[in-house]
Design a protein around this ligand. Structure first.
Ligand SMILES: Nc1ncnc2c1ncn2[C@@H]1O[C@H](COP(=O)(O)OP(=O)(O)OP(=O)(O)O)[C@@H](O)[C@H]1O
Length: 264
């Protein structure tokens, strides 16, 4: 059974459709990556999957059950969410913010148990930021906040982690650490749905890729099949030559004719 299944889903705001005909499956222990230009609808799709925005059409199933049958708490036990670079107002310590990840596992209004505090501390340690646990979240840098949001989602102990550009504010070292954590989490059995603006990151991480373009899925499949100069040129409005010239690790031996063809 797929962890997540979308069939003919349309998403948008009011009468404006942002994406339509979205079919996708996410299997257990899989990393699925959404790639597409700014404003193509990646975040909107993630929020629709999380139940924060209603789908305007189609069917979303989580672990085989229609999304509408899931209570918010039950969903929060199964899906952790790392929003895009976080600027929210959390006048709490880092440890308190990470403990919020345990809320769905606690009875209504219960205070966290020692086990919950241990799980929160462990999440901070995993990301190498346990030294921040007493700091005020509001006083952290953008990258530190992003790591705290990842720790909070890990403290949820979800089956599916939804991450919106998880490395966007991180320095080189922390980007690599987060990518390695994603590999480890998959090895431990988690599934991960993430967005990125970096094709090389998608190629390194993803088991499956979905390319979004002009309101639809342009292509989906294994990175080796989907990440072509022609597809990248199309979604980013570049020539294939520019794409291959800027991604030498992805396209080390692009044929000469590709280097001069224009994007369709
Ligand atoms: N709350 C909202 N109300 C109306 N329109 C919105 C809202 N949020 C986003 N949009 C619009 O929906 C479209 C898709 O936005 P979305 O944030 O999903 O794109 P994205 O692919 O995640 O972009 P980026 O890569 O820049 O983060 C954009 O045109 C955006 O302006």
């Amino acid at each position: 059974m797929s962890l997540l299944a979308l069939r003919a889903v349309s998403v948008g705001y009011g009468t404006r459709t942002v994406l339509s005909d979205i079919d996708l499956l996410l299997e257990p222990q899989t990393v699925l990556c959404l790639l597409g230009a700014n404003g193509c609808g990646k975040t909107t799709l993630l929020k629709t999957i999380l139940g924060l925005i209603p789908a305007s059409y189609g069917e979303i199933r989580i672990e085989g059950r229609p999304q509408a049958d899931w209570s918010r708490t039950a969903l929060a036990r199964r899906i952790g969410y790392v929003p895009q670079a976080h600027h929210g107002v959390f006048p709490f310590t880092v440890e308190q913010v990470v403990l919020m990840g345990r809320t769905a596992h606690l009875p209504w209004h219960a205070t966290p148990r020692t086990a919950d505090i241990d799980i929160a501390r462990h999440s901070l340690e995993l990301l190498g930021i346990d030294h921040l646990h007493h700091r005020n979240y509001m006083h952290l840098s953008g990258g530190e906040r992003q790591l705290v949001m990842i720790a909070r989602a890990l403290a949820q102990e979800p089956a599916l982690l939804v991450m919106d550009e998880p490395t966007s504010s991180l320095d080189f070292g922390n980007q690599i650490r987060v990518l390695e954590h994603i590999d480890q989490l998959r090895a431990q059995g988690l599934s991960i749905l993430l967005t990125t603006h970096q094709p090389e990151q998608a190629a390194r991480l993803a088991d499956r890729l979905v390319l979004l373009h002009q309101g639809h899925i342009l292509a989906q499949g294994m990175p080796g099949d989907v990440l072509t100069p022609a597809h990248l040129a199309r979604i980013y409005g570049l020539t294939e030559h520019t794409v291959t010239a800027h991604l030498p690790h992805l396209f080390p031996s692009a044929p000469a004719d590709v280097r001069h063809r224009e994007a369709p």
